[in-house]
Design a protein around this ligand. Structure first.
Ligand code: SF4
Ligand code: FE
Length: 500
């Protein structure tokens, strides 16, 4: 059943056992905690999107698994248009919250497990697929808020999981019983985790035979015994405790957290990979491409908010007609629409795997690679347009102090159509969005750091084919009959599987 945003809030406010820590203190109710509330409200927007007039067509999809309409964030892509709808929906929700709304990792984890378990079923490991489909139905019926946890703590980066001095810096299976498994370890940088109800855990890298205890995928509710969440700090985060309504962008934000599993029991029906190290590389590739595609939507949407703020500040400062300002805004538009166009290309050039659709891996990696570069360019431009106020504006508490109010209203005002408060508000919005974690840091590292995409470009691009094309045109002897190499993901799949 499609839940409303209110139903989501209601559900997570009643969670009792979950161990969530913010700045060293345990949190009772994430919906009331001033540090986490902005994240919860941004997450809630993914539920509201399925009901609001301007987004509900994108926010819903039809599920053949439960024969009902579901929230798109729980949907398995059935067509290239579904994938494009994801990108469009993410751009739209960014407009509503101006932050990362944190539900896409869980969404991508569902689609990844659907495809991976069906590939495993093809190779004779049938249980996982059936178990996963049962789990999927539960997620769709209950419209569960999912976090996806992939990146392990990783310890010494040059060592494989089983070589680490601390054997559980990658999440590890400690024990297998007939009812389930016990796992220990930690996943880092987990987006939105405190605002979610369940976590899907996936392996973070291709594993070897020696690492088979680390080749594990499962899901657990957040309030499972032994699960602990340590919420990370961010730039300007203490402003949320001030409870103002200008400085802290108090309504919407995002968070990341460290998730610790201290010998956590996972019932067997929630285990979707167990020791199948040959499939971990395929899983990682499928997941990362899905998540890289999505950035073309959400980061373009965030860029729209940033461009809008800068454009308005230019008006407030009376410089909007200056040709260099117009040229800078034009450049920001070009950068934004390029990221989005790549995300749409990754969607419409999708690949069918069984009865589901995966993104185009080359174009998904291109999308993310653009996102590692363009947001900082856009921020450079909008910082320039906004002027030095972006770093020096008085606080809202100065504006609210009767001894200062008159002065601030006079000296912080620009064009007479706008008040000083308008200028402070817009400046803070630009500060919180353009210089925040979601735009400046997550754009670089989320869904894989830049080098990871460059590795994929090399793997996916058919250099041999390109060379044969050139040789033929140059009048050299060309041995090729213009056949391209087989679909790389399929090749990867069989390559890895045959190693077993
Ligand atoms: Fe979704 Fe973008 Fe946030 Fe990732 S960074 S969870 S794709 S909004
Ligand atoms: Fe992300």
């Amino acid at each position: 059943v499609l839940r409303t945003g209110e139903q989501y809030l209601e559900s997570i406010s009643h969670r009792s056992k979950a161990e969530i820590f913010v700045m060293g203190k345990e949190v009772d109710d994430v919906t009331r905690n001033p540090f986490l509330k902005p994240s919860v409200m941004a997450f809630k927007a993914t539920y509201d999107a399925a009901w609001e007039e301007d987004s509900k067509d994108l926010g819903r999809a039809w599920s053949p698994f439960i024969n009902e309409e579901v929230n798109r964030f729980t949907h398995i892509h059935r067509s290239p248009e579904d994938l494009a709808a994801k990108v469009k929906l993410l751009r739209k929700i960014s407009h509503k919250v101006g932050a990362c709304f944190q539900r896409c990792v869980g969404f991508d984890a569902l689609n990844t497990l659907y495809i991976t378990t069906s590939i495993m079923a093809e190779k004779g490991r049938k249980d996982y697929y059936q178990r996963f489909v049962e789990y999927l139905k539960h997620v769709q019926k209950e419209d569960i808020a999912l976090a996806g946890a992939m990146t392990d703590a990783k310890g010494i980066r040059t060592l494989k999981p089983h070589e680490q001095p601390h054997p559980d810096v990658y999440v590890k299976v400690n024990e297998v019983t007939k009812d389930g498994i016990y796992v220990s370890g930690a996943k880092a940088n987990i987006t939105g985790v405190a605002a979610s109800e369940e976590i899907i855990v996936l392996p973070t890298r291709a594993m070897t035979k020696e690492d088979k205890d680390y080749a594990v995928a499962f899901s657990v509710p957040l309030d499972t015994e032994g699960v602990k969440i340590v919420v990370g700090r961010q730039l300007n985060d203490a402003r949320r405790f001030e409870e103002g309504d200008i400085d802290g962008l108090p309504y919407f934000y995002n968070h990341e957290g460290l998730v610790i599993f201290d010998n956590v029991f996972v019932p067997m029906e929630r285990v979707f990979m167990l020791g199948d190290w040959e499939f971990s590389g395929v899983l990682v590739e499928i997941f990362s491409a899905y998540h890289r595609q999505g950035y073309g939507g959400c980061k373009a949407g965030l860029a729209d908010v940033i461009i809008g703020s800068a454009s308005n500040l230019a008006k407030q400062n009376g410089v909007e007609k200056a040709s260099h300002i117009q040229d800078k805004l034009t450049e920001a538009v070009f950068l934004t629409e390029t990221m989005y166009a790549a995300g749409i290309a990754a969607s419409l050039n999708a690949v069918k795997v069984g009865d589901a659709w995966w993104v185009n891996p080359m174009h998904a990696n291109v999308t993310k690679h653009l996102v590692t570069r363009f947001p900082s360019e856009i921020t450079k431009i909008t910082t320039d347009i906004a002027g030095g106020m972006l770093g020096t504006a008085p606080s809202e508490w100065d504006l609210k102090n009767p001894k200062l109010r008159g002065y601030i209203e006079k000296y912080m005002q620009g064009m007479m159509d706008y008040s000083a408060e308008d200028r402070l508000r817009m400046t803070r919005l630009l500060e919180n969005t353009s210089l925040g974690v979601a735009f400046m840091i997550e754009s670089v590292h989320g869904a894989g750091s830049p080098a990871a995409q460059r590795i994929m470009f090399n793997r996916l691009y058919d250099f041999k084919y390109a060379e044969e094309v050139a040789k033929r045109l140059a009048g050299m002897k060309s041995e090729a009959n213009f056949t391209k190499k087989p679909e790389p993901w399929r090749e990867t799949d069989t390559e890895r599987v045959s190693e077993s």
